[in-house]
Ligand binder design. Sequence first.
Ligand SMILES: [Zn+2]
Length: 266
Amino acid sequence: MTHPPTSVLARYAHGGQGLDDAALWSVEAHLDTCAACRAHLAAHTTPDTRDLLDRVAASLDQAIGTGLLPARQPVRALAPHRRWFVWTLLPWLVMTVAVLGCGVLLDSVAPSLPSLVLLLAPVAPLPGVAVAWSRRFDPAGELIAATSAAGPTMVLRRTLAVLVVILPALLLAGVSTGTSLALTLLPCLAFTAAALALGAFVGVRRAATGLGALWAAAVLLPSVAAHSLPPVLRPGTALAWGAATVALAALTVLAGPRFRRLTSGI
Ligand SMILES: [Zn+2]
């Protein structure tokens, strides 16, 4: 973050003399998010400004002390379906299922390639998880993030809604291609938990995109190019995937409270 110079803050405190509209706007936008600069600004206020603020504070105190108590508005509950599902998810889930269907087809027509169902399984839930808790894709995302229903429970509910679609699709794809079901489902769950655990710190959409890109670049594309399954998906790795899933799920629970912060995870 670039902080405005002290001279600019001082001019802003004196009514913005000598600052053009663009400079004023950028200082205002910066002050919204920077507590340090707000403190600097307070140090540059003129006696007239401090006097005005004191008088406003005193009159507000008086008005609050003598005024009527605000009428309590009935709390409007969040529509139940919004806790579980956001309709913008639907095209992403359909796309994921379609891609898995293509994987099944390719597995049957090109048996020399490593199983695409196995290679796609870890990243299959990521588009849905990214969209399920993203202010960019949910038109009501910011409103919902400000409600008491937001937080880890809603993130988990919406992730569960994604898994309810993706897991049966993976199961079906695994059964129809004869791939190991443990190695189809466990990596999917491990990556879902990883996206949430990481998402608690950097945002779910960013975490899911990063994990998907990493898997594609480090495992999926090299495996297709080399015509062989990567070591991480060979038989015998299911136990490690299971342990990773449990550890990442525990990490998600520990990091869960961070989803209560408005700027985190969405
Ligand atoms: Zn600043």
